[in-house]
Design a protein around this ligand. Structure first.
Ligand code: TYD
Ligand code: MG
Length: 462
């Protein structure tokens, strides 16, 4: 008897294997391969199906002869979202919105659909996660526009596709892609096979009808958009909504964007009436910054926008071997590197201490320019002395720390310093810039930066 052809996909990296094994050959993770039985081959399969032998050849067309509609963006009315999208949703595009449960994906998409509907666009919200009553309760908090959004609660892929065909919305939200279930396929909803099939089918109709579709996707503990990792190449845009659930700040960033920059970041705050755009996040974070030991203000760049955030550190002696290294909002490996450089280049050796570093407000900083702030916060925490000046103004800094203890330049030094000046936080300690900058206290090495910060609070490093 012929065996049915079964493939296995890694839920982490999407690697395809023909036999199950405990460890994925693609990414080396254990226990990530899941079975994805193939649907019976159909003649003239969907967009990803292969052509039969002997099919007619396609005629290539020069790109200038391809008709491209003018870049008509659908504005969601949520400025931060529009900015991250590169100016609004592109008709016919497929956007994947990832984030951990409870972060506010349904709230954000519900608000966007409400605004789009109020602006006269045809919208559709397809939810497989919640009951109509639950969705209504959320919409009640968001206001009249959100209550007017046409909604279906459906987990069948076929039914969702049929509704799309019938309603022909300009914008549709599918919340979430992991709840959709294709009848022709075995495998639980959310499995890699199901997610691929569902996204492929939705993409096919969306492109045909010119509907913009936002696929909501949940994220695993490790931070990968579960299953949807395999969708990243398929969709036009991957947005990531993050923040700490207990804290009110949320950041939205684009990991991939075929129609705009990937560097833009939107900042939101979750309030009782939905998400509110934070237009001047620096002001919020600086106002909240404490002048306590272990606190430093980092002049970071979020895309094209300078952002001042508070970096906090705590250093506590410990008997535990190896000591704890906890990093919230910065990369853990980066923290390990900074600890090592500090120990060798003029800072304290913290091998016998637990170290905790936190970027306040649940913000994530993914740039090497945060190194110096982490280093100075650690030194201040270790000494138990604040870096704030006598007036209680926190110390502001930025810069990448190299392995040999040098302070390396990072992009947009001028805008970082200007942002700090705006809040009266100059002089800013940072690497030497290509031009002379007012308000910058330039240092060439970590050692020099430590010295410069000493003048404010921390005693000379022994
Ligand atoms: P939700 O959008 O349901 O998250 P997700 O779809 O990403 O799982 O929002 C979850 C949280 O947001 C929930 O804990 C309640 C809170 N929330 C508010 O604080 N204010 C509001 O106006 C709304 C609608 C939700
Ligand atoms: Mg939800």
């Amino acid at each position: 008897m012929a065996r049915s052809r079964t493939s296995y996909f890694c839920s982490g990296c999407g690697h395809e294997a023909h036999a199950w094994s405990g460890r994925c050959a693609g990414c080396g993770e254990w226990n990530t391969l899941v079975e994805a039985p193939q649907a019976a081959p159909q003649p003239a399969a969907g967009p990803r199906g292969g052509r039969a032998r002997g099919a007619a050849a396609s005629t290539p067309v020069a790109l200038r002869d391809v008709s491209a509609p003018a870049d008509q963006r659908l504005r969601t009315g949520i400025l931060e979202l529009d900015r991250v999208l590169g100016g609004g949703l592109v008709p016919g595009s497929l956007v994947l919105l990832g984030g951990s449960p409870g972060i506010g994906k349904s709230t954000l998409t519900g608000m966007a659909l409400g605004n789009l509907g109020a602006a006269g666009h045809r919208v559709l919200y397809a939810s497989g996660e919640e009951s109509p009553a639950q969705i209504r309760l959320r919409a009640e908090r968001l206001g009249e526009a959100a209550l007017a959004v046409p909604t279906i609660t459906e987990t069948s892929l076929e039914a969702v596709v049929a509704t799309l065909e019938a309603e022909r919305p300009d914008v549709c939200v599918i919340d979430s892609i992991q709840t959709l279930h294709a009848e022709g396929l075995s495998g639980a909803p959310g499995s890699v096979g199901q997610v691929r099939e569902a996204a492929g089918a939705v993409m096919e109709v969306a492109k045909r009808l010119g509907s913009a579709v936002i696929l909501v996707g949940h994220v695993t503990k490790e931070g990968a958009v579960a299953g949807p990792r395999v969708l990243e190449h398929l969709v036009d845009c991957v947005l990531f909504f993050e923040g700490e659930r207990e804290r009110s700040f949320r950041t939205l960033r684009a990991l991939k964007n075929r129609f705009g920059a990937t560097s833009e970041v939107g900042v939101f705050e979750m309030r009782s009436g939905g998400l509110v755009e934070v237009e001047d996040p620096s002001a919020r974070f600086v106002a909240e910054a404490s002048a306590a030991p272990g606190s430093v203000v980092l002049c970071s760049m979020e895309g094209t926008r300078p952002l001042l955030v508070e970096v906090q550190a705590l250093v506590a002696p410990t008997e535990i071997v190896p000591p704890r290294r906890v990093a919230n909002g910065i990369d853990r490996n980066r923290l390990a590197m900074i600890l090592a450089v500090l120990a060798r280049h003029g800072g304290p050796a913290l091998g016998g201490a637990d170290v905790f570093v936190n970027v306040a407000g649940g913000v994530r900083v993914d740039e090497p320019g945060a190194d110096l702030a982490v280093a100075l916060a650690l030194v201040s925490a270790h000494r138990g002395e604040p870096l704030a000046d006598s007036g209680g103004r926190p110390l502001a800094c930025f810069g990448e720390v190299g392995l040999t203890g040098e302070l390396r330049p990072v992009g947009h030094a001028d805008r970082r310093v200007a942002e700090a000046l705006k809040f009266g936080l100059a002089p800013v300690i940072g690497p030497r810039a290509s031009e002379q900058l007012d308000g910058l206290a330039a240092a060439d090495t970590l050692r020099a930066a430590l010295k410069a910060s000493n003048r404010r609070g921390v005693r000379a490093v022994a």
